[in-house]
Design a protein around this ligand. Structure first.
Ligand code: HEM
Length: 147
């Protein structure tokens, strides 16, 4: 089986990329607040293990299951998308092989439901999807069709 970590230059190279990625998410104006109290060097190690396994390397993962690690954070789809975009930019800046970029981004997308609060369904309000919602004086909401 092909191991994409070797294609990339081994674990030391992947660690440089992941450390840069974690630094970027931690200082990002949109999602950086999530990491304010997180031990970033520990996070780098766990993200490194996780990414290496995704790329086919046989290393142990010492972290929690992803659903469990993210449940209390109530991550929205847009915040998930922001992390994915920062990952894409980091991988581009480090000029990783196409197969590495594709594998990590596709794997990210498959984990959306485990990581986000609304399980990838976007807004889960009962009237979501209608263009306008009327709220009457008694507080009842009804969907209004766009003229
Ligand atoms: C598929 C996408 C994602 C992957 C693969 C991923 C991966 C990981 C891993 C491996 C850990 C360590 C688990 C542990 O602490 O035991 C972790 C923790 C964490 N992740 Fe993610 N993550 C993803 C999405 C996100 C997003 C979108 C955010 C926020 C915008 C986020 C914020 C965090 C935070 C704050 C922690 C630390 C939790 C804590 O220390 O309690 N993650 N993530």
């Amino acid at each position: 089986m092909g191991n994409l970590v070797d294609d990339l230059g081994g674990m030391p190279t992947l660690e440089v990329v992941i450390a840069d990625f974690v630094a970027r998410i931690a200082r990002d104006p949109m999602i950086g607040f999530f990491f304010a109290k997180v031990d970033l060097s520990r996070l780098v190690q766990l993200e490194l293990q996780f990414a290496a396994r995704t790329l086919g390397a046989e290393v142990a993962y010492d972290g929690r299951p992803l659903r469990q690690a993210h449940q209390q954070l109530r991550i929205a789809d847009g915040q998930f998308n922001r992390r994915r975009e920062l990952l894409r930019q980091t991988l581009r800046d480090h000029a990783v092989p196409d197969a590495v970029e594709r594998t990590l981004l596709e794997h990210t997308e498959r984990l959306r439901a485990a990581v986000t609060h609304f399980a990838g369904q976007g807004c889960n309000h009962p009237t979501a999807g209608s263009l306008m919602v009327e709220v009457s004086a008694d507080g009842r909401e009804s969907a209004v069709d766009w003229p």
